[in-house]
Design a binder for this molecule. Sequence first.
Ligand code: G16
Length: 542
Amino acid sequence: MSINLRTVYAFAREMYPKINAEHIQYGTAGFRGKAEFLDSVMFRMGVLATLRSRYREGAVIGVMITASHNPEPDNGVKLIDPKGEMLEPSWETIATDLVNVTDQDLEQMVATIIKDNKIDINSSSYVYVGMDNRYHSPRLLKAVADGVIALKGNVREYGIVTTPMMHYFVVAANTKEAYGKPTEEGYYEKLITAFEKIRNGQLETGNYRNNLIFDGANGVGARKMLQFIKRMSNSLNVNVINQGIGSGKINDECGADHVKVKQRPPISMPDLEPYSRCVSVDGDADRIVYFFNNDSGQFRLLDGDRIATLIAGYLMELIKSCNINLRLGLVQTAYANGASTDYIVNKLKVPVSCVATGVKHLHHKALEYDVGVYFEANGHGTVVFSDHAKLIIKESAQINQNAKTLLLIIDLINETVGDAISDMLLVEVILSHKGWDVKDWISTYEDLPNQQLKIKVQDRNVIETTDAERVCVRPKGLQDEINKVVSNYKCGRAFVRPSGTEDVVRVYAEASTEDDTLQLAYEIGLLVQRMAGGVGPELTKP
Ligand code: G16
């Protein structure tokens, strides 16, 4: 095979010229922005994925085209490493450099990456590409595929799939199918088989009822949930709303981010009995939150912290009952509700760590445990089991029924990354084993009221943080001002950080009462506007 790097330049110049000079960065979850500016980014990411595959000796690299929780006009791209993990940080820097060079400098930049990383350009490379159901995704997918073709790599297109499905396909292929078949059917089969075996025909126990409302955020999650339902033997009654048919836009007034941040239900909710179990997933179905209305019609949220504590508590009981010794730990971010951390440390007695936002950070930390449960409060998370843990559980399963269940649970979990549907099936298993409804679940602890704001500033990167984003080190003096304000509130806690997926600064606040929380968030928001170059509209006084 003879590869001419000139082809990369020719493709770029003729088909995917760089039309936006603004510097963009590989952020929390890859590149995100307005879809009309992303063609050149996608082409270059196709090129990079091909190089990465060659660098990793022909292992499959995944490329997912999605802007996940962002509004419909946005799109984005994230790369998936051979073990299903997010792209290695040193290559994030390479990715940022590659998308920011001019078309004229592209050929030279590619040559430098090849030289610096000692890549055998004539070796094989395999890139799997998938996309969400945004109307501009097919165009952007073609750009990625052309990037692969420009360097004579092999590309396999999966069409419209969820982000966690892409992670699954990559791992399935790279483990030579030990993880499952790298096909859509293989994915459904793995999860449904595990779920139905654990269910074992027992559909309703104690307070647990077998019905669920599923808000698909008008995204790919809705489509895939419908595919699950078709293949399941009535083991769960799911009513899918916001299916993406008609005028509904992705994540618009619906989906996990809307429900979590605005703390209210999505549009198109049917009339329901109080305490009916509902879930919302985001635009690419890697996040999930639960919610319900109580008998006074009050909206109640069961977010990622609740899911994490439910799963960690259940796994701990199961492990204990098998008489095996495994180190279980939980990983959260600064967004975790203070009450959840309290509950984990003091009631569950599980070690907990706090890391920076982004599943890549949580996943990495969770790998330090035999059983690592990680969730962001926004509902993004999963569980990872070490090889050692899997071996011990397998041995125990020869004599212990609970260890057999644990093995099936491992199969049900998409360990590669947060997977809304897999997480949901796991929560359903746990609730039904406990005979719990949402009332039982929410009564485990009382959340502190909390509030998030998005503040527009001239340049969000003027904000720099440390200590898992809990302390702001720049602009100078901002943290001192935050501390002063926070000290006026009982159980007050607040932090600010630049988003890695949207052009905003995020403000998080919690305090002992609803009114205090709103006031605290407002005051911190004002500080950001004043000290970090706010450009947005005036904040509304609570
Ligand atoms: C992505 C990341 C998440 C992160 C979220 C918000 O989610 O995968 O880990 O919590 O962005 O990040 P930020 O606050 O930096 O904007 P998604 O669902 O949009 O891919």
